[in-house]
Design a protein around this ligand. Structure first.
Ligand code: UDP
Length: 325
């Protein structure tokens, strides 16, 4: 048996590769163009069962070739990070729309069970926390590129559910809520690696806006375990699930906790959103998953353990930059 992981060179994808190699006896095939992912994320793996194909999900022939020999698919290849998406709106839309359609079409042709990675961004700026899978979504105008990402991910979900409905394709959608942990880079704007790096090097922590916005951070180890279980559970096919830890933290509290845990002398500085992202930007104020559906189908959901997440990230970054502490 062979499992395909698109985006297996990325942050979440590489943890999923580790998890599946450890938990299953299957071969793993990674398809990644290493645009935002990195070969370094999987370089530590010394296992004959892993094969890596450098290729792009936007290329239908490449996708058809890799899917033809596999038994299940985790489709994680996607444009990543708000900063990256805002700076590269067209490429992000193409990857998220065309790439996903290619994967689903090849999955249909070869009848391969598929997990689709979606995002809590699909809830947009809804304030009806906690967000439940069947809730209304609230997106802003098309002039704001961030909502293009949310709309593309939602369209991916429509596609997946339609492939299930029309062709009976076993496909499950997971909406990831701020997945964090070791190997995540701050390069695309993600807050935890950014704050930890700033704290370890004594620079000010850049809190965007007033810092009252909340996020529900979820350890990548929980995310990949849930991802695996969701694809393996027939009851989950044709369904959408929140994948997140239901315990929101404000960004100011997060910054303070990072300073505390690193023992840093760094200060907190507030950066207006316009300065960080330009004028055409909107920010979800609150984000929190309702995990009752996940609980009822899988029997468990992540518990927020922000300190463990932070400790893991701090430990990794301290090893990478031993001189800064
Ligand atoms: N954020 C911040 N400073 C940074 C990077 C991010 O205050 O240097 C904030 C960002 O505005 C958001 C939260 O941290 O409210 C999480 O940002 P991230 O990009 O990690 O994920 P998002 O939830 O925006 O997709």
């Amino acid at each position: 048996m062979t499992i395909l992981i698109t985006g297996g060179g990325g942050f979440i994808g590489s943890h999923l590769v580790d998890h599946l190699l450890e938990e299953t006896g299957e071969r793993i095939l990674v398809l990644d163009n290493f645009s935002t992912g990195s070969p370094a994320n999987i370089r530590h793996i010394d296992d004959d069962r892993l094969a890596v194909r450098d290729g792009d999900v936007r290329d239908d022939q490449t996708v058809e070739n890799v899917v033809s020999g596999v038994d299940s698919i985790y489709h994680l290849a996607a444009a990543v990070g708000v900063e990256h998406v805002v700076e590269n709106p067209l490429a992000s839309l193409r990857t998220n729309l065309h790439g996903t359609e290619n994967v689903l079409e090849a999955a249909r042709e070869h009848d391969v069970p598929t997990f689709l990675a979606s995002s809590s961004e699909v809830y947009g700026k809804s304030e009806a926390v906690p967000f439940s899978e069947a809730d209304d979504r609230v997106l802003g105008p098309t002039s704001v590129p961030r909502w293009g990402y949310a709309a593309a991910k939602a369209t991916d979900e429509f596609l997946a559910l339609s492939y299930h409905e029309t062709y009976d394709l076993p496909v499950t959608v997971g909406r990831y809520f701020n997945i964090v942990g070791p190997r995540q880079t701050g390069k695309y704007g993600m807050v935890i690696p950014t704050f930890v790096e700033q704290a370890l090097s004594g620079e000010p922590l850049t809190v965007y806006g007033d810092g009252t916005q909340t996020r529900s951070f979820t350890h990548v180890a929980d995310a990949v375990e849930l991802t695996h279980e969701l694809l393996e559970t027939p009851e989950a096919h044709g369904e959408v699930f929140n994948v997140g830890a239901p315990d929101p933290t404000s960004i100011t509290d997060l910054a303070e906790r990072v300073i505390e845990l690193t023992g840093s002398d760094s200060e907190i500085t507030h950066v207006p959103f316009e300065e960080a992202f330009g004028e055409n930007f909107e920010e979800p104020d609150q984000r929190e998953p309702d995990v009752s559906k996940l609980q009822s189908v899988l029997g468990w959901a992540p518990e927020a353990d922000l300190d463990r997440i932070l400790e893991d990230v701090i430990e990794e970054q301290s090893e990478l930059h031993p001189k800064v502490i």
